[in-house]
Design a protein around this ligand. Structure first.
Ligand SMILES: N[C@@H](CCC(=O)N[C@@H](CS)C(=O)NCC(=O)O)C(=O)O
Length: 196
């Protein structure tokens, strides 16, 4: 199998961490493709033109990190716990990622055409989401599950693309969750390059 990724994409990172944590590395090759290069191989596999995209050996392709993550869990010998609370946290983590990416997209537009309305709306959503997630961390039995991993990936992406957010202040549980993931090799080796 082949996972088409970009090294700066947090959605790709989630899948890449899972491949390592679930021991699937020998079965899946990671192939880099910058989505904005419109690489024909990516567009053939994923008409949406987005990464990550998992291409199976028979050519069937799965797009959407959440779908790929479920598929990876099914392929692995050992299971990560999965219940509705984990799905809820995964959805909130994904939403946090979506808002942080959307804010970044607005921020890199030329200054004259940036929308203060959309930037502010994204930032308020981001802060409400981290407040909600802070209350959820204490009840976690394990960090080895899709919900906590998605949260950690989103927090790391905020450090990467929204460092001025200062999300750690007043949210020690979330800071601890990210610290715990950052100590794992799977997370460390999938960090985005520092010069991008
Ligand atoms: N909901 C998708 C989001 C994927 C996504 O937006 N990926 C970005 C990279 S971080 C991308 O490929 N963007 C290219 C584009 O939107 O044209 C997922 O979870 O996989």
């Amino acid at each position: 199998m082949k996972l088409i990724i970009s090294t700066t994409s947090p959605y790709s990172r989630k899948c890449r961490v899972m491949i390592r944590e679930l021991g699937l590395g020998s079965r899946i090759d990671e192939v880099e493709s910058h989505p904005f290069d419109d690489d024909p191989e990516l567009l053939k596999a994923n008409p949406l033109g987005r990464v990550p995209c998992l291409v199976l050996d028979d050519g069937q392709a799965y797009t959407e990190s959440a779908l790929i993550a479920d598929f990876l869990c099914e392929q692995a010998d050992r299971n990560w716990p999965r219940d509705w609370n984990d799905r809820r946290l995964e959805a909130l983590g994904n939403g946090l990622l979506d808002l942080t990416v959307a804010r970044r997209v607005e921020m890199v537009r030329d200054e004259g055409i940036q929308s203060a309305y959309w930037i502010g709306r994204r930032e308020r959503g981001i802060m409400r989401a981290v407040d909600e997630l802070e209350t959820a961390v204490g009840a976690l039995d394990t960090i080895e599950a899709q919900g906590p991993l998605t949260m950690a990936v989103a927090l790391a992406y905020m450090d990467f693309r929204y460092p001025e957010s200062d999300w750690r202040t007043g949210r020690p549980q979330l800071a601890g969750l990210l610290d715990a993931w950052q100590q794992r090799t799977s997370f460390a080796v999938t960090a985005p390059p520092s010069d991008t």
